[in-house]
Write a protein that binds this ligand. Structure first.
Ligand code: CTP
Length: 400
């Protein structure tokens, strides 16, 4: 959840400032971009050089860039850059200044001008933490929507033992991941998806299949996960590794995919069928490899179940159903008829007639038709960008 997140890390004057170096490292390790702002007193506990070296960016602590030329540091720009302003450690003094709206140093100026959420991880001695003034300040901040990452108990710099130690960097990073997860647009939504081809055995080594690489489905699963959804991906045989944080069930045949998909759909909020399911299977298959002279002249075929159509029959009013249609002509009429026939809310059409679209490519060009009559035509894009477009349309549908 921290991948590509822009985190402004505010460091204030506490001995816990030494942990900010580890915190910056941990946030970057999890994929975040970090810029550090320090109060003047924080620079007495840890040098800006340490944090600048670790983050690969200058540290901001002063209003002026260059005293001789009069260049100033733009606190408004910095405040707008972040997805989140994390003040860790936050001293009793800083918490009080946040409540009062004081603006007597650069960090507090960014605090007032930032539009992103602010989160504080307090650090102080136990009596300071328990003081009515501090507790009242913490409650005021929480009421204003500033979440507080609770300090931990243990030995303190004063020699006393109690609650006041800043939470450990790993704990703060875990906390932020859960927080971003809870803020994500598809948080709490359960998605079941099918992807890839299916292989229908003829004998122990031969099968009926198709050229689907599964790339579009896997990219979509990743994008849905990054939007906070809980994703269960049921995939046919593909050469792709499991997307991070996605629950993957690997199957071979359409019948196996059908069984897994129908079971998972019962508790899902959203069903998305990207799989290129083989429409037919061999009526009988041999468990051994058939030799050339044992091969039948013709293979009798048996129709496979239509997973998406069966989802459409089961669909409740609170479920959203998305299908895909791969056509070799412009395919609009065929896609629209599948939208109706399979009781879908949305169908994503791609045509092999468009260069760069379809099986095996890293790009795709889609048009989306919705049950409510809306349609959207997109340019050729990478499959990752196409996935983002589809996720956005799903979010809009859920809001309607
Ligand atoms: N689909 C499915 N199960 C099948 C066949 C298709 O779940 N047995 C789903 C696909 O995952 C896709 C949608 O149905 O989301 C449309 O698939 P497509 O192969 O284009 O359509 P078909 O219904 O098979 O129609 P046709 O092959 O005649 O175009």
């Amino acid at each position: 959840m921290l991948q590509h997140k822009k985190i402004l890390l505010g460091v204030t004057g506490s001995i816990a400032a030494y942990k900010s170096a580890l915190l910056a490292r941990e946030l970057q390790r999890r994929g975040a971009e970090v810029r550090v702002i320090m109060t003047p007193s924080a620079t007495e506990f840890i040098t800006p050089l340490t944090l600048a070296t670790l983050t690969g960016h200058r540290v901001y602590s002063d209003f002026t860039e260059n005293k001789d030329s009069g260049e100033w540091t733009n606190h408004v720009e910095l405040g707008l850059w972040g997805d989140l302003f994390l003040i860790a450690p936050a001293t009793a003094q800083t918490l009080s200044a946040m409540v009062a709206g004081t603006c007597d140093n650069f960090l507090m100026a960014v605090h007032l001008s930032s539009r992103c959420p602010v989160i504080a991880a307090p650090a102080m001695d136990l009596d300071m933490f328990q003081h009515d003034a501090t507790q009242t300040n913490l409650k005021t901040l929480q009421k204003r929507g500033v979440p507080i990452i609770e300090p931990e108990s243990g030995p303190l710099a004063s020699g006393l033992d109690g609650k006041g130690r800043m939470a450990e960097p790993e704990t703060i990073a875990d906390w932020l991941e859960s927080w971003f997860q809870s803020q994500a647009p598809l948080a709490g939504k359960k998605v079941v998806m099918t992807a890839g081809p299916t292989h229908e055995p003829i004998d122990a080594v031969r099968f009926i299949g198709n050229r689907s690489s599964g790339k579009m489905g896997f990219a979509l699963a990743t994008a849905l996960k990054q939007s906070g959804a809980n994703v269960h991906l049921i995939s046919g045989p593909v050469q792709l590794s499991d997307p991070l944080g996605v629950h993957v069930t690997r199957v071979e045949t359409a019948v196996e995919m059908h069984a897994a998909a129908l079971e998972a759909f019962k508790t899902a909020d959203i069903g998305i069928a990207t799989a290129a399911v083989a429409d037919f299977r061999a009526k009988s298959s041999a468990s051994e490899k058939l030799h050339r002279n044992e091969m039948p002249a013709a293979i009798e075929l048996h129709e496979n179940p239509d997973i998406l159509a069966d989802w459409g029959k089961q669909k409740r009013n609170d479920q959203l159903l998305v299908g895909f249609a791969l056509e070799s002509d412009d395919g609009v009429n065929s896609a629209k008829s599948k939208l109706e026939r399979k009781n879908l809310d949305m169908i994503v059409l791609n045509s092999t007639a468009d260069p760069g679209a379809g099986f095996g490519t890293d790009t795709n060009k889609i048009s989306v038709f919705e049950q409510n009559g809306n349609s959207h035509i997109f340019e050729l894009k990478s499959k990752e960008e196409v996935a983002q477009d589809i996720v956005q349309l799903i979010q809009i549908q859920l809001q309607q």
